[in-house]
Write a new protein. Structure first.
Length: 78
């Protein structure tokens, strides 16, 4: 069995973390420059980002498990 789907799935976590870090930095810069004050929209975006992470975790894991049920992984060939 190939580990490529699992490694691809696990590689998504650092990518999501990096994008979240970038977005958090942009948010902090906007607040520091007094262009926008934190409020309900920032809370909503935080909840949306958390939802993206949870959806990726659940459905991405389900997708990886489903990949191993495909024909190419059961017979071990291409």
């Amino acid at each position: 069995m190939s580990m490529i789907p699992v490694l691809g799935y696990l590689a998504g976590f650092p990518v999501l973390g990096w994008v979240g870090w970038i977005l958090g930095g942009i948010q902090d810069d906007l607040i520091e420059m007094n262009l926008h004050q934190p409020g309900t929209i920032w809370g909503f975006l935080g909840y949306a980002w958390t939802a993206v992470f949870i959806i990726y975790t659940i459905f991405g894991g389900y997708y990886v498990i489903r990949l191993y049920n495909e024909q190419q992984y059961q017979r071990g060939g291409f």
